[in-house]
Design a binder for this molecule. Structure first.
Ligand SMILES: N[C@@H](CCC(=O)N[C@@H](CS)C(=O)NCC(=O)O)C(=O)O
Length: 268
């Protein structure tokens, strides 16, 4: 049996899959794709995933895309060390979180990460002209690609960027509510709901934005994140794959943007 994972150190949805695989104690082989250098657009990777995004799991030659789908596939294929609860009601509650992550939080996370940090890295690596940028990611569609270009060029002033930050904050508040009565988002132990949310809270921490929950702002989220970070699976899933230079850059960029982010939330 071989599990190969195409992934990247700063990809939140790839971290979700690494976290799930670690919690299920499944070994896997790394296929690292540097999405900040455009390696997702090489013919080799496009043959694996024409959508040009990570993560992708290859299990004994079968390609599985979409991080939540991958986690469900892994759970069904390898039932030991379950990450989904046993009752349909709790599984439904988990899926409400994973759906929200896929549909809302992930796009917000991409926007925030780009406008606060990746834009600086991409501009340094060379974004090229708008036409080149559009052509390279043609699979994403012109509208999505144009928006990404605006994130890179305009940062926090790009259209919609402020809304994404407010939406992210609203999700932290939803977590605070759910965690008021339990240590975990659904039921009494870590589930896929926590695995799905952890990379997105960790992303804010990586951008030095812990003040969004620290200092008494959202104490249940603070304790939850401490519990998640204390798991032995956290280091291999989240920390080990993020190159130190990129981690330092994201922190420094985040610190630089924090006053603007705080002003935006204070004004809301
Ligand atoms: N819905 C997809 C989203 C995949 C996705 O957006 N991946 C990002 C990294 S988190 C990516 O590969 N981006 C490539 C790029 O920005 O060009 C999933 O959950 O797997």
């Amino acid at each position: 049996m071989t599990l190969e994972l195409y992934h990247h150190g700063s990809s939140a949805c790839a971290a979700k899959v690494r976290f799930a695989l670690a919690e299920k104690r499944l070994p896997w082989k790394s296929r690292y794709v540097d999405i900040l250098k455009g390696e997702q657009f090489t013919p080799e990777f496009l043959a694996v995933n024409p959508k040009a995004v990570v993560p992708v799991l290859v299990h004994d030659g079968n390609v599985i895309v979409e991080s939540t789908v991958i986690c469900e596939y892994v759970e069904e294929t390898f039932p030991a060390n379950p990450i989904y609860p046993s009752t349909p009601l709790e599984r439904a509650r988990v899926r409400v979180w994973t759906k929200a992550v896929d549909e809302e939080l992930h796009p917000a996370c991409s926007a925030i990460t780009y406008v606060i940090s990746h834009r600086h890295t991409i501009l340094r690596n060379g974004a090229g002209s708008f036409e080149e940028f559009l052509a390279r990611g043609a699979g994403e569609g012109t509208a999505a690609r144009t928006l990404k270009w605006q994130w890179i060029q305009q940062g926090l002033d790009a259209p919609g960027a402020a809304d994404k930050i407010r939406l992210y904050d609203a999700y932290l508040r939803k977590m605070e509510q759910a965690l008021a009565t339990s240590d975990w988002l659904v039921g009494e132990r870590l589930t896929m709901a926590d695995i799905a949310m952890a990379p997105y809270v960790n992303r804010l921490a990586a951008l030095a934005m812990e003040k969004l929950w620290e200092g008494g702002r959202l104490p249940h989220v603070e304790r939850w994140f401490a519990r998640v970070s204390a798991r032995p699976t956290f280091q291999p899933a989240f920390v080990d794959w993020l190159p130190a230079a990129l981690a330092n850059e994201m922190r420094a960029n985040g610190e630089r943007s924090w006053p603007a982010v705080r002003a935006l939330l204070d004004a809301a």
